[in-house]
Each structure stands twice: as C-alpha cells, then as structure tokens.
Design a binder for this molecule. Structure first.
Ligand SMILES: [Cu+2]
Length: 455
C-alpha cells in the first residue's frame, strides 16, 4: 500500500512539476529570457501570489531564538542546541526549487538566474535596469536603497568562506557573514528584513548562495542535517490547495537531486546525474553556451532527456545513454525558448569505437568517445580571433584538415598537415568582423564545425 501511494505521488508530481534547469548568471540571459522572467514574477504575484506566500512564511518562521523555545522550528541563525540546525542552506535550496517550478509552469525552459554579488556591485549595473529588476522597486513598494545600508562581499570574502571545511561552521559563517547578508543589507528596504522573498532580487541572490554551497559541497562532501523534514516542506503545508511534499534536507544536499546544474562563464559541466524523469518527461536542459556532458551522466533504459544549446554540446566518456533510452542533443540557432521547442528524436547514441572519429548527433553536437577510453580533445584559440586561429589536439593525428568558412558554408581559407597535434590558419586579418565557422577533420573522419567570431 505504501508503495502504491509513493507511486501515485510520483505520478502526480511528474505531471505537475517541471524543474530541470541549468541556472546561469543573469548577464548571460537574452533580452527575451529577461522579459520572460520579469513577466513570470508579475504573473506569480498577480495569480495566487506565491511570492507573497513565500515572503510571509519566511517572515513568520524567520528566527525564534529569542523565544527560548527550542521546539519552535525556524529557518535562520540556528544555534547549536536547535534541532533544525543548520537548515539555512537546504531550506533556501528547496525554496528556490519551489519558485523555479512555478516559473516553469509559465515557461518550461526558464531557469532562475543568479546574481554574483562579489563582482557585480554597481547600483548602475544592468541588473537594476528599469526593464529588468529595477522596475519592481516602485511597482511593489520595495523601498530599495542600493548601496546605502551595507556592503557587498569581495571575491576574497567568498574565498574565505569556501575554505572552511566543517559544515556547521561553514553554514553559519556563510549565512551570518557578508557573502549572504551583504546583498540583503546592500539592497535595503524589504530585502533587508524577514519578508525579503517579496523582492524578486531575493531569488537571484539565493540561487547564487545555492551555487556557492553546491561548489563547497562538491569539494567537501560533508553537508548533513539532524532533522529529516523541513518547515513548510514537512508534508503538512498547502499552497493554493496543493499539499507540498515532505522533503528530507539530507536528500537535497546535491543540487542535482532537484535536477539543477549551475553554469558560469559560458560553460556548464553536467556530470554525476541519472535521468529519472521524476519531475518531467523528457528532462530538458537548456543553456545557450557550452554544455559538457561527462562522467556518470546516465540516461537509463526507457528514460528520456533533451539537451539544447545554441552553441556547443560535447559528450565525453562517462556519458552513457543506455539501449532503449531516448537522448536528444540539439543545437538551436535561436536562444529564445519559443523556437527551442522544435526538437526531434535521435536514436540512442552508438558509441564510436575508432579513435579520433567523432560522432555528429546533429550538427554541432559531438561525442569524442572511443572504445579504449582514449579521447580526442581539441581546442581552438583565440575566439574571437583577429588574424590567426590555432588548433591543438591532445594527440598527434595522421592528418588534420582545417578550414574556415562563412556562415553560408563558403570556404574561405584552408590548411592541412600530417603527423602533428597542432595546426594554424593565418592571414585572416582582412575578413570582415562577424561570425564564421571553423571546420576540422581528423584522419578523414567526420567534419566538425564550430562558430567562431572575428573581431
Ligand atoms: Cu532566508
């Protein structure tokens, strides 16, 4: 009976929930994505008002330390004798997930972006533009006072916290110190007090804190919680007539457990993840820059996943799509979610057994897998280029052909070489600035084309 109920819960959640996400710096969002996010916040405010509910809850259960009642669970500033200690990181991770799922009901390909407050510190930053986060200040009466009531953390502040190895010391220092508290105080107004989730910037800040914890956890592997459920996520709380599931904080120590990966600097590494279709079928991951799928990213039999980029997807050894699974990888020219919907199925990838031969699933999607586990790694630089482009392979190849073409495919310059791992095209200074395709063919195998920018 218990199993049947569990199964039913899984079925219900897979029908209603969406979140699989690659969260990126908001600076990497297109104008379209920003508009979708902004509209999402307005819609969530005007429709059921999840934002107010999360704000009210956060306010009501902020911190009860001054009540001297250790049985009253709260979210913040846990003391050593509190049973929920130290729930800050896990609670806000689940809160971000709840918000992101609601956003994805509006647009399935939107993810919550993050604000890296250690480097993005100006009140004149695009973050606060009137067409982005700026407009909420007046619209929602947030009383922000950017920069007037606190300081933001420096990269060194962040490095200092990340160097702590004990989880309880780490969590406590992260929460109370400038890395977390800085953005709350610096923003001011609603953001600086217990109702802070009413300011949309709260979600861009807490995804950053979540990313910081994820990176710490990947190094230290020691996060753990005493309690086995969390306030709001204890199986008794309903929002808009929907009972929220019970969440054991120890089950969400890795953000991948919620289908969440973090990208930064135009790169995301997707590893140690098994597609389960718990929340969505297929699980769809979208990031317009470089996606590397590697160690222990597994699509089991009968499971389904889609990965979409506008630039580059590399499938590396350790990635595995089982027979009978469905795995789609697609390069989409547009970075709008609207045009990213048109996907088509690709058969489960047949691993290539010949070294240096690359499998092209679709256009710019490459797998550099080989039976022996030997990998062809290649690197172009510089990008953007000015007068030459150099290609480096990790191993010598019998023959390398390298050519540059315009985006219509018209070849402009070509070079080839044998028994080498390095080759360059020079004399490109007269090409007009813009986008080109650099093509590589190793040992007469498949042709790889990558976008490259002429400055
Ligand atoms: Cu909080």
């Amino acid at each position: 009976m218990a199993r049947l109920i569990t199964l039913l819960i899984l079925l219900i959640s897979s029908a209603s929930a969406h979140s699989q996400s690659i969260r990126k710096n908001y600076t990497e969002m297109t104008g379209y994505e920003k508009a979708v996010l902004v509209n999402g916040f307005f819609e969530l405010r005007n429709n059921g008002d999840l934002i107010n509910d999360l704000s009210q809850f956060h306010n009501d259960f902020f911190n009860f330390d001054n009540t001297f009642d250790p049985t009253r669970l709260d979210i913040h500033f846990n003391l050593p004798d509190e049973p929920e200690r130290d729930i800050f990181c896990a609670w806000h991770r689940r809160q971000m997930f709840e918000m992101e799922q609601a956003m994805q009901q509006i647009d399935p390909l939107i993810s919550l972006p993050f604000w890296n407050s250690t480097i993005d510190q100006s009140p004149a930053s695009p973050l606060w533009d009137e067409n982005f986060m700026g407009q909420f200040n007046a619209a929602w009466g947030l009383n922000r006072n950017l920069g007037a009531t606190g300081v933001l953390p420096s990269p060194q502040d962040l490095a200092n916290v990340q160097s702590i190895s004990d989880f309880l010391v780490y969590s406590n220092t992260l929460e109370r110190g400038v890395v977390h508290a800085g953005a709350h105080r610096w923003t001011g107004g609603v953001m600086s007090g217990p109702p802070s989730p009413r300011d949309p910037i709260f979600y861009l800040h807490h995804t950053f804190i979540d990313k910081v914890w994820q990176e710490w956890q990947e190094v230290n592997q020691t996060s753990s919680f005493i309690i086995t459920s969390m306030i709001r996520y204890d199986g008794t709380y309903s929002f808009n007539g929907q009972l929220l599931p019970l969440v054991n904080p120890n089950d969400i120590i890795d953000s991948r457990s919620l289908g969440v990966f973090y990208a930064d600097n135009q790169q995301v590494v997707m590893d140690n993840y098994t597609v389960s279709n718990t929340y969505k079928t297929p699980e769809t991951f979208f990031y317009q820059y470089n996606i590397e799928v590697c160690d222990n990213f597994v699509v089991p039999q009968e499971k389904e996943s889609k990965i979409i980029s506008a630039n580059r997807i590399v499938l590396k050894p350790g990635f595995h799509a089982a027979n009978g699974s469905k795995f789609h990888a697609r390069i989409d020219e547009e970075t709008t979610s609207a045009s990213s919907q048109q996907l088509f199925a690709t058969a489960p990838p047949a691993y290539n057994t010949k070294q240096f031969e690359l499998i092209d699933y679709q256009k710019n999607v490459y797998a550099d897998l080989s039976e022996k586990g030997e990998v062809l790694k290649y690197k172009f630089h510089p990008n953007p280029f000015v007068s030459n482009i150099e290609l480096n392979l990790t191993d010598n190849a019998e023959r390398i052909d390298l050519w540059i073409s315009d985006i219509r495919g018209i070849e402009l310059r070509r070079t080839s070489a044998g028994n080498t791992s390095q080759i360059a095209i020079s004399g490109l200074e007269n090409l007009a600035p813009g986008m080109y395709i650099i093509n590589i063919q190793v040992n007469g195998g498949r042709i790889i084309g990558e976008k490259i920018i002429k400055r």
